[in-house]
Design a protein around this ligand. Structure first.
Ligand code: ADP
Ligand code: ZN
Length: 604
C-alpha cells in the first residue's frame, strides 16, 4: 500500500484514518467516510481502485468535479475516464470499449447515467467497487439534495456482491443514517474524522465602515500577491461594486453570481480555476463543484446567514493543506439587514436561530475554532492558538455608564428610535428626525459626544449581542430595551464592554504561529527575495505546462509541492521525486524542466 501510495500519489504516509478505511474497502466491507473538505477523501477509494482487480465506478454529481478528478488521476498515470453528457458519441464509444477491455481503473459517472447504463455497460464490466462521492446529495434534509441520488439504491439490488463506499463532508446524524439506509449499505463501517481545518486561520473584523473595509481588503490582497482568493458578498450588486472598487486600485477581479448568463459564469469559474483571474467577487452561488486546491484566502464582505454556510465557504480555501487565511467582516448594519431577512423568511424560527449562532461566532470572546467545532458536535478541549481571539484576546472595561447613556436615551425617546437616530441623540446631532421629534430637548441629548459615531456603532453592536436591547424588525427597526438592559439601566448592574482596538487594522503577518500544525505553515511565504523569485518562476513554468495541456495549474503541481521545491531545491530528478505529492509519473513527466529551472535560478 505504501509503495503504491508513493508511486501514484507521491505521498509517504497516510493521513489519519485513511489506512483503516482503505483496508476495510479492500476487504470488501461497505464503508461510510465522513471527512471535511480537503481531508483526503478521494484517496480512500482511488488507492483501493488501483489495488483491486477490476474497475471502480465513482458516482459524482457534477461534471466539473468529475473532470477535475479524472485530470488529476491521469496526471498521476492512473487510467481514469468520465462518462457524461458532454462526451461525444465517439468518445463514449472508445470509453466503453476501453472499459470492456479492462483498461479503465476508475470510471466516473453521473447518477442519471449510472441508471441508464445499469443493465448494459455495467453488467459487462468487471466491477471492483462502487464509490458514491458527495453522498449527502441523497438526503432530502440537506442543502444539496439531488433526486437522482435517491435511485442509487438499485446498485445494491443489482450488484449485491460489490462493496460500496460512500463519502461526504456533511457530518450530521440525519444525513448519515439517510445515506446508509438509502444505499442499503450492509453493516457499514463508519469513519468520522475531525472536522477541524487547522490550516485555515480565522479572523473577524467588527464594525468597519465601508471605506475601511475596502482599504483593508486592498492591503490584504497586496500582501497576497498572485494568490487566489474569493470575496463572498451578500448581494449581486455588492459583488459588482466590490470588483469595481478593486479594479480602481489596479487589482483585477472577476464576478460570479446567479444573475449572470451560464456562459459568463462558466467563464469566470474557468478563469479562476486556471489562475487567469486571481480573485472572484461572488455570491453564495459560487463554489459548489470547485475543487481548486490552491485557494489561499476567503473573505466574507458580509456576514453569512449560518455557521454551516460560513464553514462551507471558508472550506474552499486551503484544500491542499497549506496555510490559508479567512476573514469575516461583521457590522451592525449587516446584522440588522440579515435579521430582517431571517425574520421575513419562511422558516423564520430556524433561520433566526442559525443567524444568532453565526452572530455569536462573529462576536465571540473565546477561541473561534472551539465555537465552530462545538457547533458541529465535536468538542475541542484546548484553544487553537491560530484564530484572532487566541492571538489577541479582547480586553474589557467597565462600560456600565456607556450602556446606561445609550439605554437612557432609548427610554426617553419612548423606544421609538432606530440605531441611527440614537447615535444622533447621543452625539448631539441636529438631524432632521431629531429636530422634528424634538429629541434635542431630551436630557441625554449630546450625552455621548465624547465617543465617535463609529465607536457608538461598535458599542451598540456589543450591547445588542449582550442582550441589553432588541431590534423590532417589524417596527422600523426600533430599539426595545430588554429585561437585562433594564437591570443595567435601573438597578445599576454592571456591564462589561470590550475595548475597541483598531490598531490591528494595519497588518498582522503572523504566519509563524506556534501551533502543533507548524509544518503546515512553515513553507508559506517565508522566503527571502531569492526564494520568492524562485517560487514565481516555478509558478510561471507550472502555468505554461498547464496551459499547453488545457488543465488547471494546481493539477500539474500543488502549491505545496512548489513550496517544497523552493525549500529543498532538488538538483536531480530523483531528488525532486522525493518531494511529497510528486508521483513517479509526474516526476518523469515534468522533473527535467523543473530541475533545470531550479538550477538556473539559484545559479548552479
Ligand atoms: P476531499 O475530497 O476530502 O476534499 P481531497 O481528496 O481532494 O480532499 O484531498 C485534499 C488534499 O489532500 C489533496 O491535495 C490531496 O492530494 C492531499 N492528500 C490526500 N491524502 C494525503 C496524504 N496521505 N498525504 C498528503 N497529502 C494528502
Ligand atoms: Zn483559537
Amino acid at each position: 500500500m505504501l509503495q503504491k501510495l508513493k508511486k501514484y500519489f507521491g505521498f509517504t504516509e497516510f493521513r489519519e484514518q485513511q489506512k483503516e478505511i482503505i483496508e476495510k474497502i479492500i476487504d470488501k466491507k461497505d464503508t461510510l467516510v465522513l471527512m471535511p473538505t480537503g481531508g483526503g477523501k478521494s484517496l480512500c477509494y482511488q488507492l483501493p481502485a488501483i489495488l483491486m482487480e477490476g474497475t471502480t465506478i465513482v458516482v459524482s454529481p457534477l461534471i466539473s468535479l468529475m473532470k477535475d478528478q479524472v485530470e488529476t488521476l491521469i496526471e498521476n498515470g492512473i487510467p481514469a475516464r468520465a462518462l457524461n453528457s458532454t462526451n461525444s458519441e465517439e468518445e463514449n464509444y472508445i470509453l466503453k470499449r476501453d472499459c470492456l477491455q479492462g483498461k479503465v481503473k476508475l470510471l466516473y459517472i453521473s447518477p442519471e447515467r449510472l441508471l441508464l447504463e445499469m443493465n448494459f455497460l455495467l453488467k459487462d464490466i468487471n466491477i471492483a467497487l462502487f464509490a458514491i462521492d458527495e453522498a449527502h446529495c441523497i438526503s432530502q434534509w440537506g442543502h444539496d439534495f439531488r433526486p437522482e441520488y435517491t435511485q442509487l439504491k438499485c446498485i445494491r439490488s443489482q450488484f449485491p456482491e460489490i462493496p460500496i463506499v460512500a463519502l461526504t463532508a456533511t457530518a450530521d446524524k440525519i444525513t448519515r443514517s439517510d445515506i446508509i439506509e438509502q444505499l442499503d449499505m450492509r453493516n457499514p463501517e463508519v469513519f468520522i474524522s475531525s472536522f477541524d481545518r487547522p490550516n485555515l486561520s480565522l479572523e473577524v473584523k467588527r464594525g468597519f465602515q465601508q471605506k475601511e473595509k475596502n482599504k483593508y481588503i486592498i492591503d490584504f490582497i497586496r500582501r497576497h500577491k498572485n494568490e487566489s482568493g474569493i470575496i463572498y458578498c451578500m448581494s449581486r450588486n455588492k459583488t459588482e461594486s466590490v470588483a469595481q472598487m478593486l479594479m480602481k486600485s489596479g487589482i483585477n477581479a472577476t464576478i460570479y453570481h446567479a444573475g449572470l448568463s451560464a456562459a459568463k459564469r462558466d467563464e469566470a469559474q474557468e478563469d479562476f480555476i486556471n489562475d487567469r483571474a486571481q480573485i472572484v467577487c461572488a455570491t453564495v452561488a459560487f463554489g459548489m463543484g470547485i475543487d481548486k486546491s490552491n485557494v489561499r484566502w476567503v473573505i466574507h464582505y458580509n456576514m453569512p446567514k449560518s455557521i454551516e454556510s460560513f464553514y462551507q465557504e471558508i472550506g474552499r480555501a486551503g484544500r491542499d493543506g497549506l496555510a490559508s487565511e479567512t476573514l469575516l467582516f461583521y457590522s451592525l448594519s449587516d446584522m440588522i439587514l440579515m435579521n430582517k431577512f431571517a425574520a421575513e423568511s419562511k422558516q423564520q424560527e430556524i433561520n433566526l436561530e442559525k443567524l444568532h449562532r453565526m452572530q455569536q461566532y462573529a462576536d465571540s470572546n473565546i477561541c473561534r475554532r472551539r465555537i465552530l467545532l462545538n457547533y458541529f458536535g465535536e468538542s475541542m478541549d484546548h484553544d487553537c492558538g491560530h484564530c484572532d481571539v487566541c492571538k489577541n484576546p479582547p480586553q474589557r472595561f467597565d462600560g456600565t455608564i456607556t450602556v446606561q447613556k445609550a439605554l437612557s436615551a432609548v427610554a426617553r425617546a419612548n423606544q421609538n428610535i432606530s440605531i441611527g437616530v440614537l447615535i444622533d441623540i447621543l452625539r448631539g446631532n441636529y438631524s432632521t428626525e431629531v429636530k422634528s421629534k424634538e429629541y434635542d430637548r431630551l436630557k441625554t441629548f449630546g450625552a455621548g459626544r465624547d465617543i465617535s459615531a463609529r465607536d457608538w456603532q461598535d458599542y451598540l453592536l456589543q450591547m445588542l449581542n449582550l442582550g441589553y436591547f432588541e431590534i423590532a424588525y417589524n417596527e422600523n427597526n426600533h430599539i426595545k430595551i430588554t429585561e437585562s438592559g433594564k437591570k443595567v439601566l435601573f438597578s445599576s448592574e454592571k456591564a462589561e464592554l470590550v475595548i475597541i482596538n483598531r490598531d490591528d487594522t494595519k497588518v498582522n503577518i503572523n504566519k509563524k504561529s506556534p501551533t502543533k500544525e507548524k509544518q503546515l505553515f512553515i513553507f508559506a511565504g517565508e522566503g527571502g527575495i531569492e526564494e520568492n523569485n524562485l517560487f514565481d518562476e516555478l509558478r510561471a513554468l507550472r502555468r505554461k505546462l498547464a496551459d499547453q495541456q488545457a488543465i488547471p495549474p494546481y493539477i500539474v503541481f500543488s502549491d505545496k509541492a512548489l513550496h517544497l521545491m523552493v525549500h529543498y531545491k532538488p538538483m536531480t530528478i530523483e531528488e525532486l521525486g522525493n518531494i511529497s505529492g510528486i508521483s513517479e509519473y509526474k516526476r518523469d513527466k515534468y522533473g527535467k524542466e523543473f530541475v533545470t529551472l531550479i538550477k538556473r535560478v539559484i545559479g548552479k
